[in-house]
Design a protein around this ligand. Structure first.
Ligand SMILES: Cc1cc2nc3c(=O)[nH]c(=O)nc-3n(C[C@H](O)[C@H](O)[C@H](O)COP(=O)(O)O)c2cc1C
Length: 228
């Protein structure tokens, strides 16, 4: 199983990067082959709406996206990780997503067959500093639409509120350990189908997304009334 892990946080050693590292470790422990790309270190220009992609599914902008397109099309799984910036994903992560308009055209307009006919699974990892009820709403919509464009099923998420300072997630080892762990034994079910079962922790609901397990902490999900 080839997994593409995409980091969208510009902060070195930041919370999203720590979360993603854990997910990558867990995926590798289950035998997944993982490649990590850092959207903030790549040269990815924003979409310029040239719309050449409508004709041939190719983006004419020459930058690091060109090497990424085949990986996005062929991976068996995608782990997409971005912190919340102004109720969305970061600009760097969004530039990558917007450039996938070429892959949207490939699938929905040109109706070309998938490179990897799947099943392909995608997981979204995110953290935000505050506790608003709708904190992840915009980002989740973006990532769902992104996954659809690249023919990946949105099968799991780990969304953690109230984590703000650099590396603060490390002060919550329970969240890290309960949120991301090794998956169930091979063959025990794919893609968000198992909630709990043998892996049910005391405080967190888990979603199994082979080969990693992600889930949120119920306590962290509880929003304050006054927050957005
Ligand atoms: C430009 C910017 C915008 C942010 N916007 C939000 C926001 O809308 N809501 C929120 O809860 N936190 C917001 N934050 C806080 C980050 O989500 C939080 O610090 C997070 O832990 C950063 O993750 P990282 O360490 O992985 O980069 C923002 C931070 C920055 C720098």
């Amino acid at each position: 199983m080839n997994i593409l892990a995409i980091l969208g946080s510009p902060r070195k050693g930041g919370n999203t990067s720590i979360l993603l590292d854990r997910a990558v470790e867990a995926a590798r422990a289950e035998g997944g082959e993982v490649e990590t790309v850092n959207a903030c270190r790549l040269r990815i220009r924003p979409c310029e709406e040239i719309y050449q992609c409508r004709k041939n599914a190719q983006c004419p902008l020459r930058d690091d996206m060109q090497a990424l397109y085949p990986k996005l099309l062929s991976a068996d799984g995608i782990i997409f990780a971005s912190p919340i910036f102004f109720y969305g994903i970061t600009a760097q992560a969004k530039a990558l997503v917007d450039r996938c308009q070429a892959l949207y055209m490939r699938k929905h307009v040109l109706k070309w067959p998938p490179v990897n006919a799947g099943p392909r699974h995608g997981v979204f990892l995110s953290v935000g500093g505050t506790r608003g009820e709708n904190l992840f709403g915009g980002a989740v919509l973006t990532v769902r639409y992104f996954f659809d464009a690249i023919d990946v099923e949105y099968t799991g998420e780990l969304l953690i509120r109230r984590i703000d300072e650099k590396g603060e997630i490390l002060e919550h080892p329970d969240l890290l350990e309960q949120g991301i762990g090794a998956g169930p034994p091979a063959g025990a079910g794919l893609a968000g189908s198992a909630r709990g079962a043998a892996h049910r922790p005391r405080r967190c609901a888990r979603v199994t997304v082979w080969p990693i397990v992600v889930g949120g902490c119920a306590a962290c999900r509880r929003p304050s009334r006054s927050a957005l």
